[in-house]
Design a protein around this ligand. Structure first.
Ligand SMILES: Cc1cc2nc3c(=O)[nH]c(=O)nc-3n(C[C@H](O)[C@H](O)[C@H](O)COP(=O)(O)OP(=O)(O)OC[C@H]3O[C@@H](n4cnc5c(N)ncnc54)[C@H](O)[C@@H]3O)c2cc1C
Length: 465
């Protein structure tokens, strides 16, 4: 685990050295100590630490400094690390200001200079503050963060890509998470730049393209060779399986995927009919296992890369990717599977990723907490999504064209759904219109038997057809 920081700021170099020495002597095994003469420099450092997902436990600041008063500095620092403890170093003449700060900016302590001997006047106070801080400190996730608006298609695109590629991240909705604002400010960005991706090293990508994001998180973007024995297009279950058997036989194998490995199966909440997994497993878990199995045998995976053209020359197959890369192979396997059918409703494109999702239930499940949501489709995948979403949404409405689920879904899923009270089946029902300002707000449902139409409020509509 990375050690938390103690940050000290005092424009008087001698005082700075003295407090830095005393703090270091006592706390260097458990904390990293940074000291600076400039409040502005300290604020830049704090912003950088925030972006790098570091933690600050304690700020110690002088009150009288030329760039800004210590109280002002501490106030700004607290906006970035609200949990950190704060100590103001004061001369006797500044006591009044320090007392005001205790009330106004929730200063934790003011420390009179000089503090000798530290064993008596410094360490007991700092120990107490740090113990207090430790008691409530939850170590931060050190990985990638996506910061954006919940119902934004751009944010959804990034979340879907990272989760599909099994890259862990934390999602931060600027409208619901106060901490998200600090990241936007620390990155010197504004809301119009969102979404941002903050990487592990603190660098920031502003609304990146998927290939840029993929390269930044370490996904392979270029083939290592020009020639392969077998090249597989599509990394769904079929392509992944083919790659395992290719590379385990010693064939030089390249797997090319346009979105994320796992294909349709990757969005399945629970696959119960896959050979060898009697209690089922999620699509993400199946994908993770398949990727580790195939890469162990030496398969290279390129993602997100789309194959644009294939031609045959001198007995070799030549493919061209959407980024212009050309690869040669002795054999090609096309395992491009199927894609969701798009809804043919006027204006629907406006809400794709902003309330209307093709698959992707798992990515947006938390945002549907306590909401009433709609799922189109009555097949196995729609049933699995409904079961999964029923743990989050208050009500899951399944819109099906037939009169009962049993005509289109597996028996075990129909039974599970009938035992789940917050899943409602709406037979003979289709969506005929969608409405909303920037995000989906309502859908119009039509009963195909009676012809009756009604508009209902809807935060999210998941399509599984
Ligand atoms: C939510 C859900 C749950 C499901 N649950 C089950 C279940 O429990 N049991 C079951 O048996 N089946 C289930 N299925 C069905 C199962 O997932 C599919 O039958 C299976 O994924 C098909 O595998 P595939 O590899 O042939 O194709 P796909 O999974 O469709 O994969 C094809 C891949 O090719 C990629 N691709 C397409 N064109 C290109 C191109 N030009 N360049 C590069 N890449 C390309 C796509 O992006 C995709 O990743 C489920 C499906 C869904 C959607």
């Amino acid at each position: 685990m990375k050690l938390p920081f103690i940050i000290i700021c005092d424009d008087d170099v001698q005082v700075l050295r003295a407090i830095q020495r005393d703090i270091r002597n006592q706390y260097r095994n458990d904390y990293r100590i940074a000291a600076t003469e400039s409040a502005n420099e300290a604020l830049d450092l704090i912003k950088e630490l925030k972006l790098k997902n570091e933690t600050v436990a304690l700020f110690i600041s002088d009150q009288r400094m030329p760039e800004m008063e210590g109280i002002v500095f501490l106030e700004k620092a607290k906006e970035i690390f609200p949990e950190a403890k704060q100590v103001l170093l004061t001369a006797y003449s500044d006591i009044e200001a320090a007392i005001r700060a205790i009330n106004n900016v929730r200063l934790d302590y003011y420390l009179l200079k000089p503090w000798n001997p530290p064993e008596e006047k410094l360490y007991p106070i700092i120990n107490e503050l740090l113990e207090d801080w430790q008691a409530f400190y939850k170590p931060d996730h050190e990985g990638i963060r996506i910061i954006g608006f919940q119902w934004s298609p751009h944010s959804h695109r990034l979340k879907e890509f990272l989760s599909g590629n099994l890259v862990p991240y934390i999602w931060m909705d600027v409208e619901a998470n106060k901490d998200a604002e600090q990241y936007v400010a620390s990155a010197k960005s504004s809301y119009s730049d969102l979404p941002l991706v903050v990487l592990k090293d603190g660098s920031v990508l502003t609304n990146p393209d998927l290939p840029d994001l993929a390269a930044s998180v370490g996904l392979q973007q270029k083939p290592l060779s020009e020639m392969y024995d077998v090249l597989i297009i599509g990394a769904g279950p079929a392509g992944l399986a083919a790659s395992v058997y290719g590379s385990c036989e010693g064939l030089k194998t390249l797997l090319i995927e346009k979105t994320n490995p796992g294909g349709q199966a990757s969005s399945s909440a629970r696959i119960e009919n896959y050979l060898g997994f009697p209690s089922g497993l999620s699509g993400a878990e199946l994908t993770r296992r398949a990727i580790s199995q195939t890469t162990r045998f030496g398969t290279e995976i390129l993602t997100p890369k789309e194959v644009k053209s294939i031609c045959v020359k001198d007995g070799y197959k030549i493919i061209e990717l959407n980024d212009g890369t050309v690869v040669h192979s002795k054999a090609i396997i096309i395992a491009t599977g199927a894609a969701y059918e798009k809804l043919n409703i006027e204006g629907i494109e406006r809400f794709t990723g902003a309330g209307i999702y093709y698959g992707a239930a798992a990515v947006e499940a938390h945002a549907c907490k306590n909401e009433s949501i709609y799922i189109i489709g009555g097949g196995n995948s729609a049933c699995q999504a409904a079961m999964y979403m029923s743990k989050f949404a208050t009500e899951v409405n399944m819109l099906i064209r037939r009169d009962a689920l049993k005509q289109t879904a597996a028996n075990y899923l129909v039974e599970n759904i009938s035992k789940t009270p917050n899943i409602k089946i709406l037979p003979h029902t289709e969506v005929v219109a969608v409405a909303g300002d920037k995000v989906l707000e309502a859908v119009t449902l039509r009963n195909a038997v009676t012809g009756e139409e009604k508009s209902v409020p809807a935060k999210a509509l998941f399509v599984y057809i």
